[in-house]
Design a protein around this ligand. Sequence first.
Ligand code: SF4
Ligand SMILES: [Zn+2]
Ligand SMILES: [Zn+2]
Length: 308
Amino acid sequence: MKCNYCNNESFYTRHYAGENVCKYHFVQTLVDKVKNTIVKNKLLNWDDKIMFAVSGGKDSLTALHIVSQIERDFPDVKMFAVTIDEGITGYTEKRIEHTRYICEKIGIEYNVFNYKEYYGYKLEDIVKLAKEKGSKLEPCSYCGVLRRKLLNIAAKKLGATKVVTGHNLDDEAQTFIMNLLRGDIERIYRGFGPIELKEGFVPRVKPLRYVYEEEIMIYAYTNNFPLFETECRFVSLSMRDSIRKYLNDLERAHPGAKYMLVTTAEKIARSMELSFKAEKIKYCISCGEPTSQDLCRACRLLEDLKII
Ligand code: SF4
Ligand SMILES: [Zn+2]
Ligand SMILES: [Zn+2]
């Protein structure tokens, strides 16, 4: 089979689009898609100070790799990367080491912020404590809230004007289903777009939002990013993992299903615009971070465990 853009042999088929691409055009069209997402949604400005939130996995490294190349054309853009070290033995160390190597290679300043330093405990200690206290929350619920807060603290401390994350189309489709199952209407509204603007938070942008995870995996492979075999050991306990498996089956049977979910979520979010405009942001009475209640969610979770 031939590539849709040249006479070379096809290297990959985009089933959802009915398109065949050679290796060269696979990369070209992927980079173009990311560029279009940035331009169409005004994700980045010519003078932004961009913080890449890099876990060291394939998604965030791909975002770093592609977006830093695109942004090099803008001399007033400043860029640096941050990893949040949750403190999960056997999971974070290698990723940090490798991310440091990649950042050095592409000439980007690199910083690490860790839970232990900011919260006094590693994630694995928090999970242990939560279990002892009989908490019904899964480890990812603690981890997600604490990571988000620390990323915002890091972004403000380092003067970032935008935070680039590696969320891909699969992540976004999973999040939509999770919010539906939890009945979290507000998050369907707030989290749904390639840019998340919320008072008190440095805007978070998702340039890979319309890129399938499978394509990111191939991009990472062709660029020799290591695909770490060790997953976080808490991942299989998460609702997200079950939804991921379900959506993969659905996509195999109905190519384009994940994309439809993400665009449907956007339509729903747009139609909710009027109902959610008025919310007033407060600042947490304990840590000073933005919140809708007196205590932010991170402080509430930690207070329930009596560790603040
Ligand atoms: S899988 Fe869950 S616990 Fe593990 S790093 Fe991700 S969010 Fe944190
Ligand atoms: Zn081609
Ligand atoms: Zn707080």
